[in-house]
Ligand binder design. Structure first.
Ligand SMILES: NC(=O)c1ccc[n+]([C@@H]2O[C@H](COP(=O)([O-])OP(=O)(O)OC[C@H]3O[C@@H](n4cnc5c(N)ncnc54)[C@H](OP(=O)(O)O)[C@@H]3O)[C@@H](O)[C@H]2O)c1
Length: 335
């Protein structure tokens, strides 16, 4: 291991790289030069990472609008993976909040690797009682759940909350976080996941193949939609008069037409009547990471880990997640 600034040689590290957009077949496990942290970054020895739909959107360069940021014809950065947990092995010039040896978790660019750099503003110290795998499962999924329920939905004790997509990475955190806020939670999933969703605390679980949500008699204070398979009208129908639907689902439409129409229509529809339709783009910050880290350390929230894959198996891990039926989080471990 070379500490930047102390040696001019580079050691090689394993990383998943992609040089063209496409299916998981474009991913390669290769030796690359060990990354060097910028002034506000730390270098992390990665112990675990986790996979999010975000990663396959980067891999495919879809929706196409993404390419304005990540590279028009080919990816500007060949590295993939955001969620990370590991040990700080070197710090940038301006970093004072973290030091070598700290165990951290958060988000970076290129966590599917043995080493990755991350800005300090997207990291928190990992609580001792939380494993690296648990910590790696948290950043994008749990912060999406937290910010959707707390900041957009304003969930209060006694509220009725519906989580659409309750068995997935975000959904399994959302059910538990909503319960920890004192809500009564209904989770929507397939028949094979009803027990899982009840097991993590949902008061009720609905099989989407058997029940049409829009025709339910129950009404909800907050809906967290992680699937995007219902119209805005359908969501308004299941909301209580002062209820809020928080839309967080991504899209498989590369042109993003449906979601763009929805994003424009939601604020307009919210002007009529008291029901609110809002969208969410989660942001990774140290405060929320530390808060969820404490939830996990105290047992208030237990990450649901579906499968573990070795670094070289990232293509299989992404293929599995892309199929759309993960049960909780998919973790990448060293090896
Ligand atoms: N806005 C943001 O900032 C943000 C951040 C993170 C994620 N997201 C988006 O949020 C969504 C969820 O992310 P994730 O990480 O939880 O994905 P994920 O782990 O891949 O979620 C898969 C889950 O979706 C469920 N599902 C599939 N079809 C369903 C249906 N018709 N009704 C209810 N559940 C259904 C599956 O359950 P079954 O197997 O039981 O069908 C599975 O458990 C994605 O679209 C992602 O792009 C947005």
């Amino acid at each position: 291991m070379v500490i930047p600034g102390t040696d001019t040689s580079f050691s090689a590290v394993q990383a998943i790289v992609y040089r063209t957009y496409g299916s998981p077949d474009v991913l390669r496990c290769e030796e690359i030069e060990q990354p060097i942290p910028a002034a506000d970054e730390v270098l992390i020895e990665v112990h675990a990472a986790s996979v999010n739909p975000f990663d396959w959107h980067f891999m495919r360069g879809e929706p196409y609008l993404f390419r304005l940021m990540i590279g028009l014809g080919k990816p500007k950065s060949p590295r993939l993976g955001a969620d990370v947990a590991g040990t700080v092995v070197a710090v940038g010039r301006d970093v004072t909040r973290l030091k070598t040896g700290d165990e951290v978790f958060g988000a970076c660019r290129g966590s599917f690797a043995e080493y990755a750099c991350a800005p300090v503003s997207r990291l928190a110290v990992k609580p001792e009682r939380v494993t690296f795998e648990q910590a790696a499962s948290v950043p994008i999924a749990a912060l999406t759940a937290l910010q959707g329920l707390r900041d957009k939905g304003h969930v209060r004790p006694g509220n009725d909350v519906l989580v659409n997509g309750a068995a997935g990475g975000v959904g399994t955190f959302a059910v538990q976080i909503a319960k920890s806020f004192g809500a009564r939670v209904t989770g929507v999933c397939s028949a094979r996941n009803l027990e899982l969703v009840r097991g993590i605390g949902a008061d009720d679980a609905i099989d989407y193949a058997r029940e049409d949500l829009a025709r339910r008699a129950e009404r909800y204070d907050v809906v967290l939609d992680l699937v995007g398979n219902h119209s805005l009208r359908a969501w308004r129908r299941v909301l209580k008069p002062s209820g809020t639907c928080v839309g967080a689902a991504g899209t498989t439409d590369p042109w993003m037409i449906g979601p763009l129409v929805g994003m424009m229509a939601a604020p307009v529809l919210s002007l009529f009547g008291s029901r609110k339709l809002v969208s969410l783009l989660a942001s990774i910050n140290p405060g929320d990471l530390a808060l969820v880290g404490e939830f996990v350390a105290s047992g208030k929230v237990t990450p649901v880990i579906d499968r573990r894959y070795a670094l070289r198996q990232v293509p299989e891990a992404i293929r599995y997640l892309e199929a759309g039926h993960a049960r909780g989080k998919v973790i990448i471990v060293r090896g």
